[in-house]
Ligand binder design. Sequence first.
Ligand code: PPS
Ligand code: ADP
Length: 181
Amino acid sequence: MTMNKGFTIWLTGLSGAGKSTLAIEIEKFIKEQGKPVQVLDGDIIRNEVGNLFGYTREDRQKMGRVVRTIAKLLNDNGINVIVAAIAAYEEMRVANRDKIDNYIEVYVNCSIDTCIERDVKGLYKKALRGEAKHVVGIDDVYEVPEHFDIEVKTDIETVEESGKRIKDFILKHYIRNEITT
Ligand SMILES: Nc1ncnc2c1ncn2[C@@H]1O[C@H](COP(=O)(O)OS(=O)(=O)O)[C@@H](OP(=O)(O)O)[C@H]1O
Ligand SMILES: Nc1ncnc2c1ncn2[C@@H]1O[C@H](COP(=O)(O)OP(=O)(O)O)[C@@H](O)[C@H]1O
């Protein structure tokens, strides 16, 4: 029996860049294609595992490893995965590409000023008041991706425009071109 292996779309970008919004858009699209899909949202997984990890570089790397492992296991069993997690460091993303066979990196590019303006979760307000530490874009670095497959610029594109670029890529490279193992 041959089984289709899944793919992982990893949305990387600052808090407020649009990762969760785009994850929902893409999830809907993949379901409409009749394919299985699971969203792994960094914030939600962190909570579900009992806030085992904080936000130091080391903890973010550990957290990234947990998410990568779940994604890989799901892919190996034919389930497509959409990850919405900051993944601020290039070495995390290099490891993703190395370990996950069908890895699609989406750089969700949005200026820090727009993210601060949106402040979807009030995180930046806290950071600027000194109440939250290690906030990426404020007192922790976001290393700009060097090897992304798709870049969306959410401070100048609509959700529909950014979503369409990602959907077109999936359709072209994965759905019309089923991968068999
Ligand atoms: N320093 C700090 N303090 C408190 N909360 C924070 C901090 N940094 C991030 N966040 C929140 O956690 C979400 C990021 O977790 P991730 O697992 O996606 O990021 S990472 O890959 O581990 O960097 C992130 O979710 P998103 O806003 O959806 O990106 C934030 O809500
Ligand atoms: N092109 C776009 N893509 C994604 N989100 C966008 C876009 N343009 C504006 N937004 C808005 O930006 C916000 C992003 O929030 P969210 O998806 O929670 O970010 P993140 O998950 O990266 O923290 C949402 O309110 C969304 O409607």
